[in-house]
Design a protein around this ligand. Structure first.
Ligand SMILES: Cc1cc2nc3c(=O)[nH]c(=O)nc-3n(C[C@H](O)[C@H](O)[C@H](O)COP(=O)(O)O)c2cc1C
Length: 304
């Protein structure tokens, strides 16, 4: 998830759920081709994130191939191709979900990426642009072009993030493909997981982990048949929240790291009663110590 699943966040999730597979933010294959330092920095990762999947986007098959080779040389475990992003900026440059209406180019991108590397190449897509009419044909093409796994978000591009994810057509794709099919969209609990998995090989979880990375630990424990009690109080969550901030500071420096931490901090205290003023302060913090003090003071007041 762009703006969220950076190295610090992936390390945090892996520390809570070592068996979870984590995926990077999408990275521009064009920017990698042109050697953008900012984009290259996005590829830095910690061995604890392995097996790490890095997602790339773009529209030029040769740039995908080159990006995939670079990722492979950096030890990344798998490359995922973005064919799902509905953001106007992305679609207007014929990237992301725009590829769903150009299956020939999508095929060339997959084929050239697969041919460039030994590591697995997967694809992430939506149900379609306006509807799911072309989904089965597109999914067959993805497999035929050599992809090792297909993830489908159960919304159309037109829907953006409105409505609810519809898994009906994802189950149909699973019936006709041999490669693993992963469903995605609106998984917020173990109950959602059980309800939506059906014949699928896995589920991908995004937004619900923001503010609740313990959800990944709960899901991993559930899959393994183990018991897990997530922290319920802010006091119990605090060590993990602070570790998250420390990881961001370690990977991006304090100024950028803490600024980027603000949105997660707001999510961590979401639902805490009486936290309005705290939230307003947290989204303005400039240093780690400020964030730590605000949270510790609030927790102390809660427990008094
Ligand atoms: C802020 C934000 C950034 C996202 N960035 C990406 C991305 O870089 N690559 C991608 O495949 N999907 C991205 N997505 C989509 C999610 O991966 C996921 O498909 C979608 O949110 C539905 O799953 P969820 O309900 O579990 O979040 C993003 C979603 C959001 C809200």
């Amino acid at each position: 998830m762009s703006g969220y699943t950076d190295s610090a966040y992936r390390q945090l999730v892996k520390s809570l759920a070592p068996r979870a597979l984590v995926v990077s933010e999408f990275v521009s294959s064009d920017a990698l081709h042109y050697g953008s330092q900012k984009t290259l920095r996005m590829l830095e990762y910690d061995p604890a994130e392995q097996p790490l999947i890095v997602q790339i986007f773009g529209k030029r098959p040769e740039h995908f191939a080159q990006a995939a080779r670079l990722l492979e040389s950096q030890g990344v475990a798998a490359v995922d191709i973005n064919m799902g992003c509905p953001a106007r900026k992305v679609v207007s440059s014929d990237h992301g979900s725009a590829l769903l209406k150009n299956p020939q180019l999508a095929r060339e991108i997959i084929e050239s990426t697969v041919a460039a590397v030994q590591i697995p190449v997967s694809v992430k897509m939506r149900l379609g642009i306006e509807n799911s009419d072309g989904l089965l044909d597109f999914a067959r093409m993805v497999e035929d072009a050599g992809a090792s796994l297909l993830t489908i978000h159960g919304r159309t591009a037109r829907q953006q993030y409105t409505g609810t994810a519809d898994y009906t057509d994802i189950y149909k794709v699973k019936e006709i493909l041999k490669i693993p099919v992963v469903g995605n969209g609106d998984i917020t609990s173990v109950a959602d997981f059980d309800e939506q998995l059906k014949n699928l090989d896995g589920l991908m979880v995004g937004r619900a982990t923001v503010g609740d990375p313990w959800l990944m630990a709960a899901l991993a424990a559930h899959i393994a048949g183990e018991s897990y009690t997530p922290p319920r109080t802010l006091a119990a969550k605090l060590p993990t929240i602070l570790r998250h901030a420390q990881l961001l500071v370690a990977t991006k420096g304090e100024a950028i790291g803490i600024r980027e931490m603000r949105k997660y901090l707001a999510s961590y205290v979401r639902g805490e009663s009486g936290a309005r003023a705290l939230r307003q302060s947290l989204v303005r913090v400039e240093t780690y110590t400020q964030a730590e003090q605000l949270l510790m003071t609030f927790v102390q007041q809660q427990t008094q």
